[in-house]
Structures are given as C-alpha cells and as structure tokens.
Design a protein around this ligand. Structure first.
Ligand code: CA
Ligand code: CA
Length: 498
C-alpha cells in the first residue's frame, strides 16, 4: 500500500504531528506522526539535531518506500535507492545470516579449512602460546594456519551478515514484532542522515571469536607460579592472568557515519546468551570475563562518527553495550563522537553504558537495572577477586553489572537525572574513571537515594574534575526529575510503542 503523505504540504504534516500529540498523552515523545516511517528527528533532540537535523528517508518517493521480509529484499532495496531518500520497513523477523533463498547460514557454512575450534584452542592455549613474552606480554598477533583460517572464516561471515546503510535512510519496524537478528548494521564513513526505529535487534553472533592472549594480561605475582620467565609447567608467564575472547559484530556499528537517530529499538543477545559459552582454558584463564564471547557491542560509535542520538531504546541481556571511541591512540576522534543517550532502559547488561573516549556525550534520564554480584571488590587483590568469583559462579544468573558509565581519555560526559537500581552494587560502579579527566553528574538516583556520583568515583580511583567544558543545550523536552524516570522509561522505551 503506497503512502500518500508525500502529497501533503509541510504545514499539513505539522498539523498532523500536533494532533497526534494531543489528548491524554504523557510527556512529549519525539517522532510522533501518523506514519512513523515519515517521522523526522524533533528539533533539538540531542546531538543528532545539532547540524541540520535528521530526516532519514522521510522524503522517499513511492518506489523507494518498501516493506521487506528477507535479508535479500533488504539488501536489494538499499541498493536500488542508493543515497536517495528511502524508507525500508521491516516486517516480522529477518535473519541476516541467510542466503538468497532464505536458508540460515551457520558456522559450517562460513568455516574455511582447516579452522576447528578445538584445534584453535590447543594451538593458542596459554600453556603453549604464553611461554615466551615479548615486551612483557604474550604475542598478540596470532600466527599459524588456525588463525589464518579463522580470519578467512570471519571474512565469509561478515560478507553475509554485515549490511551497510547508505545515506538518507529510514529503517523502521512495522507494528510490534519487527526483528533483525544475527547480523550487523554498519553506518560507515561518509554516510549521513540515518534513522533506525522500532526494531528489536538480537544476537549479532560471531561464529569465530578470536583469542587475544595479551588483552588484560598482567604479570601479577600474587597468582601462584606467575612470573616473567618460563621454568616449567608450574612456573612461568603461562600462569599469569589475562587474555580475552573478542568478537566482531555489534548490532549497529556507527563506524564513521554521522547524523544518526536510533529510537525505540531494543538490543539483546536473545536466546544465545554468553552464559552458554563459559571460559575454556584452565585457571588462571577461567575468569568469568574470559568466557568465549560471541557478541561485541549493541550500538558502538567509533572512527570519527559524530552527531548521534540514541533514545527510548532498551539494552538487555548483553555484556558490552555502547563503546564510544575504540582506541586511546585515535588521531581522528578528537572533536567528534558527540552522542546523546536519553530515556533508554539498560537491564541485565555488564558494562559500557556507554564507555566514552574523546566525545562530548550527554547522558540523561536513563534507567539502569542490574545485579553486581560477582563483580570485583576493590578491597581485594585481582587474585583474591578471581578466586572469590569462581566460588560464587553458580549463583550468577545473568550479566554481572560491573560499570555503568566509563569515563575514558579526553571524554567529556555530562550526566543528569539517571536512575540506577543495582542489587549488591556500590555507587562507584555507576561510573568509573577509565583514563579520563573530567565528568559532570547531577540529580542521579542510586538504589533510591540521591547520590554524588563524582565524589563516589573520585573516592574509588584517580579523581576527575567536574569542569567538562560544555553544557548541553539540545533537549527535545525538559529532563524529568530522576524520581519520575523509571516509570516513564519502562512505559515508553523499546519497539512496539510508537
Ligand atoms: Ca571487542
Ligand atoms: Ca564494536
């Protein structure tokens, strides 16, 4: 059914918007329109609105307003319109890991010989690979046929599951049950003006996670046998802690793109939670954080991406939700990575809500619900924490809430009126210093009490200054007091509520 909205004048559309928001409505919600596919970002709604606003595909011609039910139809619709305004409406569930006939593709379809997970683990096991250190770390650049075959397998999976969006796109779910699963939406450098709304994203699963033996590696002599030089099976660098499994895919990667609005979406690992993939190497490489991670971020914003608003979305059942800035050594991120998070609902997620480098990031009226049982106790050594966490491993049912906001290098995070409900958590876990120097917070509630977040994190680590050097001016509506945030966000965030 072709929409006739195009024929209406701008004034008429404005009237429709006004009518739609009348009645017994609660707080104003951006993007109300009789056809949500034609809605644009409201004026001043966060950083995405800073330079010309975001219209996505709102001006699409009828032939570029399409409903799709398969990966192939989605890819074809994007290719057909190119950079012209386009509205792609997702109907039902689209599995992005499928071939053109709609058959699901899994590890065996993508794997390139001789890749084999058991063999890969044997070759790069710390007891084998970590025996010699270079500059105090195991060699991080894995070599050999298993790693080569793993990378080739990744390339094949990526070609299928990563969908690149062009400029001037609205990707919107129809009704209450639109889902994009097992894939990655990519908004790359040069791409602008993108709207993604009303879609449940699930399980951006990487079949070929990489072991990085040097990630978080430490010569920590409190671990029995840990020392720099290899002696025998009982003494050497193979008994030092560290090493992580890493995966490729975020549900959405804003990797260089700008002017992006993500709204009323949800993000989760779905049925394939990381709990199903425990650590595989023996002590001391069996920390809870060393599970075989098959998911990366939910929405990551990196590589000089800029002007992003993420609103009324739900982040659930996932570990690392939002990385803003991928590296301290970036030469291109300064002045970029400006992102607003408002009215989002984080539940049962582990960390990075968001974790920020370089960007001026505004975080207001978000709700964080989690359980910190099993997270590190700052009074214990890493070894003591490791042993303690193994002892209670069976009691941990979800993602351990480790850290909400991560304040990284040259970041300037402005936080206001957020709400944390964290069982067995401490205020200092709401935000932590990850190499930053400034952080502003006001009006935050933690487990029902108004808290001084800055004072709490300064007590726990290297102090941060409250002088972030900027003050947000881009609000769609006046922020709610923290006491009203949880009910409002729970009622309105997520897909199916436009
Ligand atoms: Ca990663
Ligand atoms: Ca990522």
């Amino acid at each position: 059914m072709k929409k006739r909205v195009l024929a209406l004048s701008v004034a008429t559309i404005g009237l429709m918007v006004a009518c739609a928001s009348e009645g017994p409505s609660k707080s104003p919600v951006a993007g109300k329109a009789s056809d949500p596919g034609r809605a644009v970002l409201a004026a001043n709604d966060g950083w995405a609105a800073a330079e010309g606003g975001v219209t996505g595909g709102a001006a699409a011609k009828p032939e570029h307003d399409v409903t799709v039910t398969s990966r192939k139809a989605l890819v074809d619709a994007l290719a057909l319109a190119g950079n012209a305004p386009k509205i792609i409406r997702i109907k039902g569930t689209i599995n992005l890991s499928t071939d053109d006939a709609g058959r699901e593709l899994t590890a065996k379809d993508y794997a390139v010989a001789p890749y084999n997970f058991d063999e890969y683990m044997k070759v790069y096991a710390p007891a084998v690979w970590n025996k010699t250190l270079v500059k105090g770390r195991p060699v991080r650049n894995l070599t050999g046929p298993q790693e080569e075959a793993r990378k080739a397998s990744v390339t094949r999976q990526r070609e299928q599951v990563t969908i690149q969006l062009p400029s001037n796109t609205t990707l919107i779910g129809l009704g209450k049950d639109a889902k994009l699963v097992r894939g990655n939406i990519w908004i790359g450098a040069g791409v602008e003006n993108v709207i993604i709304r009303n879609i449940a994203f699930e399980d951006a699963f990487d079949y070929f996670p990489a072991w990085d033996p040097g990630d978080s590696f430490k010569i920590d002599k409190s671990y029995p046998g840990c020392q720099e030089n290899y002696v025998d099976a009982k003494a050497g660098p193979q008994l030092c802690p560290g090493g992580r499994w890493n995966s490729e895919y975020d549900s959405i990667s804003i990797n260089g793109g700008k002017r992006v609005w993500i709204d009323h979406c949800s993000f989760s690992d779905g049925a394939r939670s990381d709990k199903l993939f425990p650590p595989v190497f023996p002590f001391p490489h069996n920390e809870i954080t060393q599970k075989v991670q098959h998911h990366d971020g939910a929405v990551d914003v990196t590589n000089a991406a800029d002007l992003v608003t993420i609103s009324y979305s739900v982040f659930r059942d996932h570990d690392k939700t939002n990385l803003i800035g991928g590296s301290d050594s970036s030469k291109i991120d300064g002045g970029k990575l400006r992102v607003t998070f408002h009215h989002n609902w984080f539940e049962n997620v582990g960390q990075r809500m968001p974790r920020v480098r370089f960007g001026k990031v505004h975080v207001y009226n978000n709700v964080y619900i989690g359980d910190a049982t099993g997270s590190d106790d700052s009074k214990l050594s890493p070894y003591q924490n490791h042993v303690a966490s193994l002892a209670i491993k069976s009691k941990i049912t979800g993602n351990i809430f480790r850290q909400g906001l991560g304040i990284g290098k040259e970041s300037a995070v402005y936080s206001e009126a957020n709400v944390f409900e964290i069982a067995n958590g401490s205020v200092a876990q709401a935000a932590g210093n990850m190499g930053g120097s400034v952080f502003f917070d006001a009006g935050t509630l933690f487990n029902g009490k108004v808290v001084d977040l800055l004072a709490a994190i300064n007590e726990a680590g290297k102090p941060l200054s409250a002088e972030v050097g900027w003050k947000p001016t881009l609000y769609a509506a006046k922020p709610l007091p923290a006491t009203e945030v949880a009910a409002h966000v729970k009622a309105q965030a997520g897909p199916g509520k436009l």
